[in-house]
Design a protein around this ligand. Structure first.
Ligand code: BGC
Ligand code: NOJ
Length: 818
């Protein structure tokens, strides 16, 4: 069943009951302050780094789920009725409830016994804070006396320490409180400010309060949960001052509302920093100037509304860069709005903070960030440029790369190190996408450190060259690239050979065979390699281009000779040079990745192998909910394969529907001109098409999930790991560039749709290198691929690459398929 609906005009998903099958979240923030916000006001916020600078506490893996948030408690002081208008944490009975998740904001509205509540939560552009604008309205015809309590629980900044180091933490919590009789009220969380931190958090409201609490135990009661706070039930704040233990922020406001009256409060949860020499305003009194300025800025409902309007304008502008109109509303709303929105979230979060990623684990992935870029480079090209330079600086001089880096320091992560041999190639993929989008070859001349070391800096072009030659010079017995610790599939750990529980599959190499090879890396090389050669040529490096083309020819030969299994492409060779992903194998006979990517790279298109490979994928791997990663699932742990065989059959890399690589098959299908099949693979994993199946799917119907349980799993069709997945970028590439077929190339905007024959047409608007392209595709001919004619601004046009006009104007392109 459905738990809500899309409001396309508002660009909102409207959740109509609070007990969704999993918390359905949204992301607040677009620059450096971020919040995760669930449909019942759960979640937390942080400044720049979800591990190091976390403002509020959240309990992953808690019972009940989704514990921690910015909560508001209401109490009718006449009847003593207490409730949480966001449903959680009290699971209050509500007369009405609605949560609208929009672009960078969420709005929860509810009512109970004639008291309406609304909360709009967002992070304003350019400020380091969350705003929660709360309005309560007396819809009854008698006066109401309502006690309003706010509640946040502070995290002691380092989220990892916060949940492990209690012997210290229970003694370090400190706050300051400023609740004067007039003006706004503020609670300051200043733990560790006395020593090495120069930042604190502020939780303010734009009105005087009748009380406050800053000590958790005083507010809740030691043996109470968030669902039964003692202060609220007593109708009286304790005016507690936290000293150690668990600092919280709670304002207590007594509101008298006559019949029909509304009151609005603007709560601000902010991060403030002071220069080292201006930390204090008096002995032990933090310098509150930045906090006061922030609260002052948002001290009226109008100021909050204006900030929200600015945020809306920001998103309208961003999403105006690529829009879709089509009869198929699900596709149009996903491709035009939600998929791009998710791409921006992956840009901001990488794989750090979601309801499946704790924010204390991985930083920015080298391969992940390069792929994520494919989904947002058209939206924020300048930020993509900066991101590329950050990523490239974590590359080693030999072309390999730190697998991850920390967003705060931008330094490569030593704990995980290097050795994922696909990593280098994704840099070429990202840079090529950037140049095709912008035409900015200048980026190649940027001087970029290797290993974050300025003295090793060289041009970005040199980085690409080292990337390109890494798989060429690190090959195994079949002339195919060595896999290292793993390739795109982090769980194909062919040199790991781990017997020790808990040992990391990704960083352990008990047997560095120097033998295990990856067919997938070869295919990725053949997909991105030609772009490198083209970049060489277009920048006058003809010798480099020719040398690269020879390397490409060599790799093509290796894959042709050793990478084909008869009906599909092999996946890899293990440390003993045994085949993986072969019909000869007992389990893991066929894998999705090498087949999708090889056909994307054009291998076997002219000799029938591509068709065979994709037909085999369809026959062996396809399910109702998408294409599983491999079949048959590994039933036992294989020491020579690693983590892939550690998962129960049907989950994650062991035959789960790993959505990330489904679009590779979509794209591959378009290379064969099979528009129906391409669209079918697109829709199967697209969440909007499963909106009415939410009880099984469980995760949000407006965002992609990393994984849907495969056919071997009991809960086949259930999704996990929503939001932070490369699926976002790749599905956007597949729908926008290959199905709808509007694809940036070095020469201009290529138009080459590949759609089901019964799709009558569609309209796409695309901002591209300083001009707007208004593209209408007419498929009354009922084709899957092929263009009969194109007109540009009313004139016949030959060819299907529309030049970069760069004139700031709107150009009308009419495409007739046939
Ligand atoms: C997961 C992979 C992930 C890896 C990251 C593994 O447990 O299965 O999907 O890429 O962890 O380190
Ligand atoms: C998730 C990781 O973030 C990504 O880098 C990897 O490619 C996939 N899992 C597959 O293992």
């Amino acid at each position: 069943m459905q738990y809500g609906y899309f409001d396309d005009n508002a660009r909102e998903y409207v959740i109509t009951r609070p007990d969704t099958p999993y918390p359905w979240i949204n992301y607040l923030g677009s620059e450096d302050f971020f919040g995760i916000f669930s449909n019942t006001s759960g979640g937390y916020c942080f400044y720049r780094d979800a591990r190091m600078l976390r403002l509020t506490r959240y309990r992953y893996n808690n019972v009940p789920t989704d514990a921690g948030g910015r909560y508001f408690y209401l109490r009718d002081s006449y009847t003593g009725d207490v409730w949480t208008p966001s449903w959680m944490p009290m699971k209050s009975q509500l007369d009405s409830y609605e949560c609208r998740h929009g672009m960078g904001y969420s709005r929860i509205s509810s009512s109970r016994n004639g008291l309406a509540f609304s909360q709009v939560s967002f992070v304003p552009l350019h400020d380091k804070c969350e705003i929660h604008k709360v309005t309560i309205t007396n819809e009854s015809n008698i006066d109401k006396y309502i006690d309003v309590f706010s509640f946040v629980e502070f995290c002691l900044w380092n989220a990892n320490d916060d949940m492990t180091n209690f012997q210290r933490n229970f003694s370090i919590g400190e706050v300051e409180i400023e609740c004067p009789p007039h003006g706004s009220s503020a609670i300051y969380h200043k733990t560790e400010y006395r020593e090495r931190r120069n930042h604190y958090a502020v939780w303010g409201v734009n009105v005087p309060v009748n009380g406050f609490d800053t000590d958790r135990q005083s507010f809740l009661g030691l043996y109470n949960g968030f669902d039964s706070p003692a202060a609220v039930f007593n109708g009286q704040a304790g005016d507690s001052v936290a000293s150690g233990w668990a600092p919280i922020g709670s304002h207590y406001i007594k509101a008298k509302l006559s019949a029909g009256e509304s009151k609005t409060y603007v709560f601000v949860l902010g991060y403030c920093e002071n220069p080292e020499d201006q930390k204090w305003e008096a002995q032990n009194k933090i310098n509150k100037k930045p906090a006061r300025d922030l609260l002052e800025k948002y001290n009226t409902p109008e100021a909050a509304d204006k900030a929200l309007a600015d945020l809306n304008a920001y998103w309208t502008n961003l999403l105006g860069k690529f829009t879709v109109e089509a009869d198929d509303k699900k596709m149009a709303r996903m491709a035009g709005v939600w998929n791009q929105y998710q791409c921006m979230v992956t840009f901001n979060m990488s794989r750090s903070a979601s309801y499946f990623e704790s924010g204390i684990g991985r930083g920015m992935g080298f391969r992940d960030s390069n792929q994520d870029l494919l989904g947002f480079v058209h939206l924020v090209p300048e930020r993509a440029r900066a991101r590329i330079l950050d990523i490239a600086a974590t590359q080693f001089p030999d072309g390999s790369a730190y697998h991850q880096y920390q967003p705060l320091t931008k330094r490569g992560n030593n704990e995980i190190g290097s050795g994922f041999n696909d990593d280098p190639l994704w840099l070429i993929c990202g840079v090529a996408a950037y140049i095709k989008e912008t035409g900015d070859y200048g980026i190649l001349n940027e001087n970029v450190p290797f290993d974050n070391n300025e003295s090793l800096a060289d041009t970005l072009f040199t980085h690409l060259k080292r990337s390109f030659y890494f798989p060429v010079t690190n090959t195994g017995p079949h002339g195919l690239p060595l896999i290292g610790r793993a390739d795109w599939n982090d769980c194909l750990n062919l040199n790991c050979f781990s017997k020790t529980p808990g040992e990391s599959f990704q960083t352990t190499a008990n047997y560095e065979s120097g033998v295990a090879e990856s067919v997938l890396i070869a295919a990725i090389f053949l997909f991105v390699g030609p772009d490198f050669a083209e970049i060489c040529r277009r920048t006058g490096r003809n010798d480099d281009a020719e040398r690269a083309e020879r390397a490409i020819a060599g790799m093509t030969e290796s894959i042709n000779k050793h990478g084909w299994d008869g009906s599909w492409f092999l996946r890899a060779f293990d440390a003993y040079s045994n085949k993986i992903g072969s019909n000869e194998c007992e389990d893991g006979k066929i894998f999705i990745e090498s087949n999708g990517f090889a056909v994307m790279a054009g291998i076997g298109i002219h000799d029938g192998r591509a068709v065979k490979a994709l037909d085999s994928v369809k026959e062996h791997l396809d399910t109702k909910y998408g294409i599983v990663l491999l079949q048959p699932a590994y039933k036992n742990y294989h020491i020579e394969l690693g983590e892939v065989s550690s998962y129960p059959p049907g989950y994650k890399e062991n035959a789960g529907i790993f959505c990330h690589n489904n679009p590779w098959v979509t794209i591959a299908e378009t290379r064969l001109g099979r528009g129906y099949r391409a669209f079918e693979t697109y829709t199967k994993i697209c969440p909007a098409y499963r909106e009415d199946d939410s009880d099984l799917r469980r995760t949000e119907p407006y965002v992609y999930a990393q994984m849907v349980a495969g056919k071997d799993a009991i809960r086949h069709g259930e999704a996990k790991n929503s939001w932070l997945t490369g699926t976002a970028a790749w599905t956007f590439v597949s729908i926008s560039q290959y199905i709808l077929g509007v694809r940036p190339t070095f020469d201009g905007l290529l138009i080459d749709p590949c759609i089901p024959s019964d799709m009558k047409g569609f309209t796409v608007t695309r901002h591209f290198r300083g001009a707007d392209y208004h593209i209408t595709v007419d498929n009354s001919a009922g084709k899957e691929k092929g263009i009969k004619s194109i007109t540009v601004d009313g004139n016949d046009y030959s060819g299907n690459i529309i030049p970069a006009f760069g004139d700031g104007k709107v150009h009308k392109i009419i495409v007739t398929m046939g």
